[in-house]
Structures are given as structure tokens and as C-alpha cells.
Design a protein around this ligand. Sequence first.
Ligand code: AHR
Length: 613
Amino acid sequence: SITVDPTAQGAKIDDTMYGVFFEDINRAADGGLYAELVQNRSFEYSTADNGSYTPLTAWTVGGTAEVVNDSGRLNERNRNYLSLGAGSSVTNTGYNTGVRVEQGKRYDFSVWARAESGSTLSVGLKDAAGALATARQVAVKGGWAKYTATFTATRTSNRGRLAVGASDAAALDMVSLFPRDTYKGQPNGLRKDLAEKIAALRPGFVRFPGGCLVNTGSMEDYSEASGWQRKRSYQWKDTVGPVEERATNANFWGYNQSYGIGYYEYFRFSEDIGAMPLPVVPALVTGCGQNKAVDDEALLKRHIQDTLDLIEFANGPATSKWGKVRAQMGHPRPFHLTHLEVGNEENLPDEFFARFQRFRTAIEAKYPDIAVISNSGPDDSGTTFDTAWKLNREAKVDMVDEHYYNNPNWFLQNNDRYDSYDRNGPKVFLGEYASQGNAWKNGLAEAAFMTGLERNADVVKLASYAPLLANEDYVQWRPDLVWFNNRASWNSTNYEVQKLFMNNVGDRVVPSNGTTTPNVSGPITGAVGLSTWATSAAYDDVKVTAADGSTLLSDDFSGDASKWKHTGAGSWSVQDGQYVQTDAAAENTMVSAGDPSWHDYDLHVKATKKSGK
Ligand code: AHR
């Protein structure tokens, strides 16, 4: 039974309470939300991005073609180009099964080309069954210039290929094919079905661009002085201006990122869907297993200045230095940035906080209206978390970002997490959470948990599920909210939960009380799983008890570990009464022998974990 007092006044709920977190993980950007159909369009793929890459990944060559890195390049930041021999051709395979085209729809081809003595490019769209559109001839003459052509698809295909042939020798770069039909018809735009799915959530904010994408890698710029660093943290200035001048980068998740979607596109998308933009900048401390504080005063100052410049890019008048860049890209009006996060989730709270304070002081001095968001590290509990919260609380930080990925039972059991948070301390931004599954029970557990967020809307100001998108053929992390391939996209149950909450944000909580009699009976069968995500982990005692306190399973690892098996990579063994992960696998779930599925009983897992996440 539920008791409601309609006269009681609970917490006020902000319209921005529920949002989305977009990170380029699982090919969420290139091969995903970014509508570009050509993969590796600028021949910049490198073994530094992924050991299997070459500059010709996703291309096949007919005749002679070679990727060149010399002074004849298109521009300094776009290092490679393709030198195509007379009578030769290259063909691009796109993403997943190929280039997807739909009958009757238009596709815009463009290429930067150079052919001092002249060359005619034959551009065609085809699949194994033949042409998908009438081929185009593009006459090229002289130095680097951009050439365009338009196709109308005569058939629908998921296995298309874009082929470019040259009558005489020519240099090519930025070979691109875009559907005309992007989200809201924006140039350099977004894939419509995916953008529409995000828009249908009606998110209050968009947190971008990461995640581990932001607080990992080198903090250097892309320049000769820094040795053209490929594994750079996500730095916004790399991602604005003409696309052919955006230096591609190794993506933390093991592929290449073109930055075709960059800061301008993120701001524009946020505006297009009526959401508050919420960017995250690196704080010169790396996390996500890298865990290093960068000690370089000049570099720190440069990043702080970059962050001030970012605010000017978003909000400054079109006459200001960075406001002008925004205006030249097509948006003279400001983007109305109000919140900005410094750092993602760092394991070194003291080192992070010292740097965070430098950013915060500089931002608040110049832009006192901007809320500067901090974080509490990678875990939702433990020493790092406690230290980070203590520092944030003492310094009266506006808002602290928390992240956690736990099993569905955890979410059910922690509905009251924020009931006891200090009402006078920093507000909470729950920037990343998920209940480790896309099944119905996961959605249900998240929905239950979200009622606890909402009840505490005076403390929890923003919340976003993570990650948002996953291309089914390039998965680094699961679960995810929306799944897709080159031809279709589909929502998870978790998505429907997010949509339900985001589309029905109330004004104020009406306090209520509920009572119930649980009805659980029958034998307990099935399995219990423990998840680790770390370079190492060790368990020295695992005990599973039912809600009535009876022991269902226990293991102190004094014998062998035959009760357990593993999903995912990683090796484990019993050592000195502990169950120890003996290699550096990324993610590993250990499951008690039996049916490895969750079931409907109320299990309380008590494990002592020595290290790991
Ligand atoms: O959402 C996936 C990853 O989880 C994010 O990149 C990181 O912030 C967290 O560890």
C-alpha cells in the first residue's frame, strides 16, 4: 500500500535533471552518430590507433596507390594523402557490412584532390550486384582543391562500396560520402535515426565527449614540437574548424577518431535537441588505468587557457577571437554554456584536486556564472572516493560527478543512497551509471533506483546513464543504451526507462510511503556473478546469503576454485587462500558454476575484495 500526502512539499526537480552522456566508445561517433559513410577518409589510420591498422585500412587498391606523408600534403594537421597512379582506383568498404544507401535518397561525394597536369576522377557507388547510382566524372586540375558530386541511389544496399578511379596520376585526401538526409539537415551532420532516438529521450543535458576519452593519453598538442603525438587526450581545439584541418587521433577505446564530430557539432546537437551542453575537459591527470599526474606548469597553464577559450567559443560574441571561430563555422549566436566539468574520474584525488582548483579559480575569476563540476574518482566507495569527496566538500565545490556500474541487485538495495547526503554540501552529478545488463530486470532496477534520485532531487541535480551508443560490430563496453549497425538501430529496455523518466520530469516530489509483504519461496538455484574491471583483483571471502539470512554459497578459497568459472578474458587461480586475477585482462566476470543467469531472489553478496574495481 502506498500513502501519499498531497499537501507535503518534496524536492524541486530541475528540467535538466536527466540527460545523456555521449562518449566515442563502441564506434559511437565515426561509424555511428557521425553520418560520414567513408571509413578512414583521410588515410590517417595508424598502428598507434590500433595494431591492425594501416593507412589503407578500409580501402582496397586497383593498380598503384600509395599513402604519402610529405610536404605535398593538404595541410600540416592532415599528414597523409593518397597518391593514385594513372588508370588506378581505390574502393572504400565503409563500416559494418559496407556503405548503406537507400533507393531514391541523395548522397554528397566530396574529395580534396591535386593533379598538376590534370586527371579525371571516375566516382562510383556499387555493390556485388552492380551500380547503386550513376557514376560521376570529376575533372581535377592544379593544386589542392575540393571537388564535389551528388549521387541518387537507384537501389537500396547495405553492402555498398565507394570507388574512385583516376585517368591520370592524382593526389587525394578527405574522400567523403554523406547522406543529404542528416539530422535536421545539418551540414557535416549526424545520422538521422540515431540522433532522433537521442532526441526522443528529450534529454535535459548532453555530457560530452567522454569518459576515458578525456582523461587519458598525452596532454600535448598535435605539432612538430610534440612529435605529432597520436595518443592525445581529447582537446577541443583539435576538433573545430574545417574538417580537413582537424587532426585525427588515436581513440582510447582502440580505434581512430576523425573528430568529424567535434565541439561545434556537440554544441549544435545539444541546441538542436533543446538540451544543456555539458563538456568535460582534461585536468592534466590521467585515469582509466593510466593514473598519472602531469607535472608541467606551462602545459597546465595552456590547458587552463584552452578552457577559458572554450567558454569564449561557446558564449563569446562573434567579434571575440573564439566566438569568431564559432561564427565562421555557421553559428554567430552563442551556445549558452552554463556548466563545465574538469576531469573525468581520477584515481589520484590529491593530484587531481590541486589541478582542478587551478582551473576552477581561473574560470570563476573570468566567468563567475559558469558552474565548474569536479568528480569523485572511478568507484562509488573506498579511499579514493572518500578523499575526493572530502576535498570537494571542504572547498565548497558546486557539484561532484559520481560514476558507478553495478549489478541490478545493488541498484535495488541502494535506492536510499542519497537520502543521507549532506544537504549543504556539493550537489551530485551522477554522470555515469548502469546496472550491467540490457535485460528487462536491468531496466526495472534502474527505474527503481531513479525514484531514489528523484526523491533526492535537491541533492542529485543531474543524472545520465552510460554508455549511450554501441555499434554491434565494434563493442568495447556493454551494456549500452542504444544499439546499431550500418543499417538499423534499436533501443534497449534501459532506454525505455530513461525515456519514461526524461519525458515525464515532474516539478516537485510528492513524498510517499509504501509497505509490502515480499512473497519469496522455493529452492534457490542459479549462479552468482562478481565483476571486476581492473588490472588485478583478488577475493578472499565470498558469501551469498538470501534475504532471510540463510547461506546459499560461500567460499573462502582454502581449497580449489572449481565452484567458479569465468566469462570474458583473464586468468584466475587460488593463491594463499585468495582467488587472484593473474593477468591484466580488462574485464572479467566470475560466475559460480551452474546456470549463469540472474534470478528473482533477493541475494546479498558479501565479498572482501583486496583490490580492483
Ligand atoms: O562509460 C564507459 C567508461 O566508464 C567511461 O569512459 C569512464 O568514465 C568510465 O570508467
